[in-house]
Design a protein around this ligand. Structure first.
Ligand SMILES: Cc1cc2nc3c(=O)[nH]c(=O)nc-3n(C[C@H](O)[C@H](O)[C@H](O)COP(=O)(O)O)c2cc1C
Length: 263
């Protein structure tokens, strides 16, 4: 798979002309602002704000979101209320009013990480339990939500971009089921190198600029240019360099922790 963005349509980001675009972003990195996910997410959100959007950013680390109990009560209740009491009580109405939802998660075992999956599972009451046929496929009927676009921000440790393929497929399926457009993925392979890029002499300013540009483009034009997304995920170093630099770093960390284990 060599695509990060399949079903973008060229439509304004807010639902009504003249209305400000409302964006809800969720960052599920446990490392919050110190994490690599934030390095791409933050310029994206800054670009969205500069383009006139109202942006709210939440960290799953700061939220209490309990795992779904699977009893389907929220799905059947018109109010969508869960049997559990946690931060989803106030977050769900916020999410319902968002034009754009940004899921920002580090890649963990080929998908979103646990806290993000827990939160996504809890979004089920954005839909009715009733089933309809959309795009020749059985899907739950959407409730009256504003969410029109879903975006993904992710980074990973491995070098190749195709490490994100399962995650992107998940986001595409999730967007279709939520009756929203998958508006693009800002993915950063070998994202673990970003923090040390300057020390390693690897230029990456253009990557951060492109993330900001993506924010402008989605709010102003309703579409992110392929070129912009390609810059965000461009190769920062060759595969050989990646192995050359990673191997001693991993060996030294393993040795240090091995000493700690023995002491
Ligand atoms: C439990 C765990 C699973 C991971 N799984 C993958 C993976 O499947 N593929 C990959 O390339 N990187 C994987 N990584 C590396 C992270 O994606 C990487 O460290 C990332 O930069 C973390 O982002 P953050 O700093 O925003 O938390 C994993 C890291 C952890 C802790």
């Amino acid at each position: 798979m060599d695509t990060w963005n399949t079903d973008q349509t060229h439509q304004p980001s807010s639902s009504k002309p003249g209305e400000r675009t409302k964006v809800i972003a969720i960052n599920s990195s446990p490392r919050k602002e110190r994490g690599n996910t934030a390095l791409i997410l933050n310029p994206l959100l800054t670009g969205m704000k500069e383009a006139g959007a109202d942006v709210d950013l939440y960290y799953t680390e700061d939220l209490s979101v309990l795992p779904c109990r699977g009893d389907l009560t929220c799905f059947c209740r018109p109010s969508g209320r869960c049997i559990q009491s946690d931060d989803m009580e106030w977050l769900m109405p916020e999410i319902r009013e968002a034009d754009i939802l940004v899921f920002a998660s580090p890649l963990y075992v080929d998908g979103v990480n646990g806290p993000m999956k827990t939160l996504i599972d809890r979004l089920v009451p954005l839909l009715h339990m009733s089933i309809e046929t959309r795009d020749g496929h059985s899907r739950h009927t959407p409730k009256d939500t504003k969410v029109r676009r879903i975006m993904l921000v992710s980074n990973c440790g491995f070098w190749e971009r195709d490490n994100f393929d399962p995650l992107i497929m998940h986001m595409q399926a999730l967007s279709k089921n939520m009756n929203a457009e998958f508006a693009g993925a800002l993915i950063r392979p070998h994202g673990t190198f970003m923090r040390s890029a300057a020390a390693l002499g690897l230029p990456f300013e253009d990557i951060l600029e492109a993330a900001g540009k993506a924010g402008h483009q989605i709010v102003e034009d309703g579409i992110i240019a392929e070129e912009t997304l390609a810059t965000v995920s461009r190769e920062m170093l060759s595969y050989e360099q990646f192995i050359q630099i990673s191997t001693p770093m991993i060996e030294s960390l393993t040795a240090k922790l091995g000493r700690e284990d023995r002491s």
